[in-house]
Design a binder for this molecule. Structure first.
Ligand SMILES: Nc1ncnc2c1ncn2[C@@H]1O[C@H](COP(=O)(O)OP(=O)(O)O)[C@@H](O)[C@H]1O
Ligand SMILES: [Mg+2]
Length: 344
């Protein structure tokens, strides 16, 4: 008589990875190994996290899958909200992409299985746009780095406290199964050989075979699943293969909305200087200009320490080679000498 081999338990919660790793860390008597496991637990909790939405995915009714895109009206795609509170509590103001509302472009992409790539310099609101668009439903998230591995997408075996291993699905099968978007952030930093794992699911075949776990059933993509990417093509080490780039049907450059910055309370004089620096950046005269993140940071520093410190800080924050030009632009804009922030 043969004893059936029990199927290894398969769990689908990304948080479970963190829990199991944390439990392993607690049970480990070797302090170095325990610390390493605790670190992994923290990383697991962050890496395959589902950006929460209240619902358990989309209902089939909200997905238009094979329905052709509705003819574009002169008014474009309109988001029902003008302002969206993101999961971190910050307010996102809906921006325009041509005649369309930016977040609605992403939602329409999801309804029509269109992989979208957002690209731009850092701090222009790429990640924020995805979070705002899918605050209600949630989405899965892979933060790209040079060390991102296939396992960070598909999942892997994690050690159990009492010995043995358990398979835990990663964000890719979880997103496919839930019919939710998968955002691969900083996608150009990920090794092309690793990114090949998403090719088949971006091609519309929409079935994933998990070779690392032969017992795993192939994963079918439910309606509502789509791969989105965001990247800064000028970041050191950024590179994307032709095979990957061509799988993104819609490529959107995310610019800085200076009017929005004024609306959000960034001093107008500073916004004008930022606009001038952006012109120099576009003409390749400098390598940097204050994007949304830096402008909002300027406002915060000015609120806390006063404008002179915020101005000097802006020079200190800029790349060393651009500092003379940044200081010059601020000096002209404010009519008084602005230098780096220093303690004397
Ligand atoms: N439309 C917007 N409305 C309000 N805040 C925004 C908007 N776009 C970007 N931000 C803010 O700008 C900062 C940078 O955005 P982020 O998405 O992290 O940039 P990126 O992913 O392009 O590096 C965040 O603090 C974000 O809240
Ligand atoms: Mg980002």
């Amino acid at each position: 008589m043969t004893t059936p081999i029990p199927e290894p338990p398969r769990r689908t919660s990304a948080d479970l990875v963190a829990e199991v790793l944390a439990a392993s860390a607690a049970a480990n008597t070797d302090p170095v190994a325990a610390a390493a496991l605790a670190d992994k637990a923290k990383a697991a909790a962050g890496s395959s996290r589902r950006i929460p939405g209240p619902g358990a995915g989309v209902s089939a009714g909200t997905h238009t899958g094979t329905v052709p895109i509705a003819p574009v009206t002169p008014t474009g795609l309109v988001s029902p909200e003008r302002e969206i509170v993101r999961p971190n509590g910050e307010t996102y103001y809906v921006r325009k992409m041509g005649i369309h509302d930016d977040v609605e472009v992403l939602r329409e992409a999801r309804r029509n299985d269109v992989p979208v790539l957002l690209y731009s310099g850092p701090g222009t609101g790429k990640t924020a746009m995805f979070e705002a668009a899918f605050t209600k439903d949630g989405f899965y998230y892979v933060p790209g780095t040079g060390d991102t591995e296939v396992a960070d997408f598909v999942g892997g075996y994690v050690p159990l406290p009492g010995g043995g291993f358990m398979w835990v699905d990663g964000p890719l099968p979880l997103a496919m199964d839930a019919g939710l978007p998968l955002l691969v952030d900083e996608i150009a930093l990920i090794d092309s050989r690793v990114m090949a794992v998403v090719y088949s699911v971006m091609d519309g075949r929409a079935q994933l075979k998990i070779t690392a776990n032969p017992e795993h059933d192939p994963v079918e993509a439910k309606p509502g699943f789509v791969v989105f990417g965001a990247c800064n093509p000028r970041a050191p080490g950024a590179k994307m293969s032709e095979a990957l780039v061509s799988r993104f049907l819609l490529h959107v450059e995310v610019g800085v909305d200076f009017q929005l910055m004024r609306k959000m309370g960034v001093p107008s004089k500073f916004v004008t200087v930022a606009q001038n620096l952006k012109k120099k950046y576009d003409a390749s005269e400098i390598s940097w200009f204050p994007a949304i993140r830096e402008m909002l940071g300027f406002k915060r520093m000015a609120d806390i320490y006063g404008e002179p410190v915020a101005l000097a800080n802006m020079v200190s924050q800029s790349p060393e080679m651009d500092r003379p030009q940044v200081a010059d632009a601020l000096t002209r804009g404010y009519g008084e000498a602005v230098r780096t922030l220093e303690i004397k």
